[in-house]
Design a protein around this ligand. Structure first.
Ligand SMILES: Nc1ncnc2c1ncn2[C@@H]1O[C@H](COP(=O)(O)OP(=O)(O)OP(=O)(O)O)[C@@H](O)[C@H]1O
Length: 633
């Protein structure tokens, strides 16, 4: 880098792609660029303010924090300035010239498929680039504290940008957008970003609770008694600033809560639930928490930025405090403001903060109470919550057994009881007859698949309700719970169902020898062969042993490339099926019959197929079936 020279640099390939999309593909809601730039300005002021707590010099005597907006209708420009932390030369190149966030690629992919979905912009941390939705040129001039010179960055969004040193007296950043014609057209109020009233409306809509004054000059023409004209300048603060969470709950409207949420989370949707808590006790705090309606695109990945914002007496301390709420509530967004937090609290100190623990426990209880009440009072809303975040709650049971009692009552499942609604475990228990001693459950990929399983036949016939575990994590959760209200869980696909069927019991006595022969033919494939008490119309099914791993677990672990061995397989044959009579006949004629061996193998392949496993040798399997068909007539 050579000082005082203008450097022309190329954007990264990804940035180019992003800019291209910003400029050419987004046709609605372009106005949010203003929110994004104001948010950046506010973040930058937060940063310098925070730094000044330990280093007052950083302020250089300039501590009247503010964000200024200027418009110039003659030159079609809009300028946003802040006296925040500013950027050094290298920071400009690192922060503005490149996209560090790994999520950006995914953002580009999603935008390609869904060009209208600008709600994704904030989520992916591409806020600054949204300026190119409305600007044909963006000029950024910035100076960091202690730097002698400022830095000028400029780009027309065409693949390159320039950087050079420049003079800048005031600390902070000034961003000037030279607007595209369609965004400075005085005949189109909502898209005219040189119109002061439009800007005022947008600030009120999107940035009303930004903590620092957002100011703009308004010009009033005046005429005195002698007919002389003059212009009076009035500087107005456009935002109300009072932190919403410190206002009385009764004084805050739903609209205000929702708008605040959108600013805070960058989510385009309204939140599903708002929790506003004001506590005066041993520990004093105000909290404003939100349960989102939709899971962010990266919610179930390690990239997800979880955490709650921390404030002390309305002064921002930290963006994403992860210590306050347990991992399973990571979907909750919001902030906590407590005078008990120390301003220069570090992440290390946070982990041992007693106040934080007390507040965290209090909030956890409140959130769980809110969810419980939603489950009781508004099932539809709860089911929509569950669809988005149910897995996080289940994860809470799976990763920490001590959460079991808190969370088991929040679980809901699909079940054979109803095609539309879902059931809690308590509702299941309420419905079962006194002599049913277990909670039946079945694991599988979809309602349709589990309902067609041969293993379900007898239960369906007897009208016994079965819980459908359609999410791979369900089986782990059920394994951990073991029982609910002292009623044990029982997998339909494992062990003996103990559904006593006396007629079958009688018939079963004589068949043991035949079963041993079949077992001998399937030596390396199954651990046992039994007569089934659960099949009605199907000939065979495969179940796993009560002890050890289940077959669905085996499949999940295999999918994760984890080799924990195989589930113990048991082949069950329906003694009432014609096929069984056939093999019985074969056995009576010749216990060592080759055909009996072949049929045993075929039955095993058929049962594996139903379970979703391919036959060990598909070609041999196909040949055997063809031969059988050829012999049939
Ligand atoms: N006004 C500003 N003052 C100082 N630094 C800024 C300013 N605007 C942007 N930056 C820097 O540029 C970076 C990139 O900004 P950008 O808006 O693209 O993403 P972000 O703010 O990090 O993410 P998000 O928009 O999701 O909050 C910021 O993280 C910040 O370091």
């Amino acid at each position: 880098m050579t000082a005082n020279k203008t450097e022309t640099r190329e954007f990264q390939a990804e940035t180019k792609q992003l800019l291209d999309l910003m400029i050419n593909s987004i046709y609605t809601n372009q106005e949010i660029f203003l929110r994004e730039l104001i948010a950046n300005a506010s973040d930058a002021i937060d940063k310098v303010k925070f730094k000044s707590l330990t280093d007052l010099e950083v302020l250089e005597g300039d501590s009247d924090f503010e964000i200024l907006i200027e418009v110039d209708g003659d030159n079609n420009t809009l300028t946003i300035s802040d006296n925040g932390i500013g950027m050094t030369y290298d920071e400009v190149i690192n922060n503005i010239g490149t996209i560090a966030q790994s999520g950006t690629k995914k953002f580009i992919e999603q935008l390609k498929d869904n060009k209208e979905d600008v709600s994704l912009i904030g989520q992916f941390g591409v806020g600054f680039y949204s300026a190119f939705m409305v600007a044909k040129k963006v000029t950024l001039i910035t100076r960091a504290p202690y730097e002698e010179r400022g830095v000028k960055w400029e780009s027309e969004g065409d693949g390159t940008y320039t950087v050079e040193y420049t003079d800048k007296e005031q600390r902070g950043t000034k961003i000037t957008l030279t607007l595209r014609e369609e965004f400075s057209d005085s005949n189109d109020f909502e898209n005219d970003f040189t119109n002061r009233n439009n800007i005022k409306n947008l600030v009120e809509k999107y940035s009303n609770y930004v903590k620092y004054p957002i100011k703009m000059d308004f010009y009033h023409e005046q005429e005195n008694e002698d007919g002389e004209k003059s212009v009076e300048v009035e500087t107005k603060t456009l935002n109300t600033m009072t932190p919403l969470w410190n206002r009385n709950k009764d004084e805050v409207s739903d609209k205000e809560y929702n708008q605040f949420y959108k600013n805070l989370s960058k989510d385009w949707n309204e939140p599903l639930e708002v929790i506003h808590k004001q506590v005066e006790g041993v520990v004093k705090f105000n909290a404003l928490l939100y349960i989102p309606a939709k899971a962010p695109y990266d919610f179930y990945t390690a990239d997800f930025d979880k955490g709650i914002k921390l404030y002390s007496k309305s002064v921002f301390i930290m963006d994403d405090c992860q210590e306050i709420l347990p991992e399973y509530l990571k979907f909750v967004r919001g902030l906590v403001d407590s005078p008990d937090f120390s301003l220069n609290i570090s992440r290390e100190i946070l982990q041992h903060s007693k106040q934080l623990k007390v507040i965290g426990k209090n909030l956890e209880k409140t959130i769980l109470r809110t969810l419980k009440s939603m489950l009781k009072k508004d099932r539809e809303k709860y089911e929509s919550f569950w669809k988005e975040f149910g897995r996080a709650i289940k994860g809470g049971i799976y990763t920490d057994y001590s959460n079991k009692d808190k969370l088991e009552n929040l679980l809901i499942f699909e079940s054979s009881h109803s095609k539309d609604g879902m059931t809690t475990l308590a509702e299941y228990i309420d419905r079962i007859s006194e002599n049913q001693e277990v909670i039946y459950y079945v694991t599988g990929e979809s309602r349709e698949k589990v309902e067609n399983l041969p293993q379900m036949e007898l239960l369906q016939d007897k009208g016994l309700e079965v819980i459908y575990c359609l999410d791979p994590i369900d089986e782990f959760v059920i394994d951990i719970l073991g029982e609910y209200q002292e009623v044990k869980f029982k997998s339909v696909l494992r062990g003996d169902l103990e559904l006593d069927d006396e007629q079958k019991e009688e018939k079963n006595e004589v068949k043991q020898e035949l079963l041993e022969v079949i077992k001998g033919h399937l030596k390396n494939k199954v651990d046992d062969v039994r007569l089934s008490k659960r099949l009605k119309s199907s000939a065979v099914c495969l179940v796993s042993d009560e002890a050890g791993m289940s077959m669905s677990m085996e499949r999940i672990l295999q999918g994760m490339n984890q080799n924990f061995g195989k589930a113990r397989r048991i082949l069950e044959i329906n003694p009432d099926h014609q096929v069984f009579s056939t093999i019985e006949r074969l056995y009576e004629q010749d216990a060592e019959s080759e055909t009996l061996k072949e049929y045993s193998e075929l039955l095993y392949s058929l049962s594996s197929l139903v379970e979703g496993f391919n036959p060990d040798n598909p070609v041999e399997f196909a040949n055997k079936i063809s031969n059988l068909m050829a012999k049939a007539y």
